[in-house]
Write a protein that binds this ligand. Structure first.
Ligand SMILES: C[S@@+](CC[C@H](N)C(=O)[O-])C[C@H]1O[C@@H](n2cnc3c(N)ncnc32)[C@H](O)[C@@H]1O
Length: 236
């Protein structure tokens, strides 16, 4: 059985007690339909070494196997999208790195089984690249990146969306700030609130208001030209 605690100090300082597999599975069962959808997005905001993300990836890869049948290219295409749908934040650098590595190893093991001699380094590089962008060392309360002492830096937690764009095997990347994303689909309380807030925080530079519903719509920090799923690293 996997250890749930790394040290007493970490439990006291950060509440670091990892969830047992049985509970993880039971909670994922509550959202079984979404876990069975390659593109459904998940964020684990205090992800540790990724207990929930790992279980969700297992379930998504089971869906990929069914849909790809024995076609290696389809398996790559769908599985890269499955990895790109997972997001995590943890305040501890070691947890963040363990989470990225764990998800990569899980994906890579399934990749070798499914694609055998068709496996290639370009696809592996794309999966590593996605994980480096979407599993972030940061403070999920302040939504800022942190340094090695868990202190906030000046950098906002930013995630990359890698989305299909109507062209086969091509993914379009858009980067968004997490604090901006969390305002999506909410309505400003009133105009005065909006004005007051915008004077102290530039978050409103990254939000449009839907003219029909009045709800916030996040604007990306940056948009990129669509790339083949094997060449995502070229986004820099
Ligand atoms: C209770 S553990 C849960 C880990 C994992 N989600 C699981 O269920 O196994 C809490 C995690 O939150 C992280 N953490 C604590 N404060 C945090 C913060 N402000 N922002 C992001 N992560 C934080 C800890 O490093 C730890 O890995």
């Amino acid at each position: 059985m996997k250890k749930q605690v790394k040290s007493k100090e970490r439990v006291a300082e950060r509440g670091e007690v990892f969830t047992a597999e049985r509970e993880v599975k039971a909670m994922c069962d509550l959202v079984a339909t979404q876990c069975d959808n390659v593109d459904a997005t998940f964020l684990e905001p205090a992800c540790g070494d990724g207990n929930f993300l790992a279980e969700i990836l297992d379930r998504k890869l089971a869906r990929v196997k069914k849909d790809a049948k024995s076609d290696a290219i389809t398996w790559e295409w769908l599985s890269v999208r499955a990895v790109a749908s997972l997001y995590g934040v943890d305040i501890m650098q070691d947890n963040t790195e363990e989470c990225r590595q764990r998800l990569f190893d899980k994906w890579n093991k399934a990749y070798k089984t499914a694609c055998k001699k068709s496996c290639n380094e370009e696809t592996r590089d794309s999966v590593r690249y996605i994980l480096s962008k979407n599993i972030i060392c940061g403070n999920a309360l302040t939504m800022m990146c942190v340094d090695e002492n868990q202190q906030d830096t000046q950098d906002y937690i930013t995630f990359s969306e890698f989305k299909t764009c109507g062209r086969m095997y091509m993914l379009k990347r858009r980067d968004y700030r997490l604090d901006v994303l969390l305002k999506a689909n909410k309505k400003p309380k009133n105009q005065r609130q909006l004005t007051l807030d915008s004077s102290v925080d530039d978050i409103y530079n990254y939000l449009d208001t839907n003219p029909v519903t009045g709800e916030y719509m996040p604007k990306p920090l940056r948009e990129y030209t669509p790339l083949h799923y094997r060449r995502l690293k070229e986004n820099g």
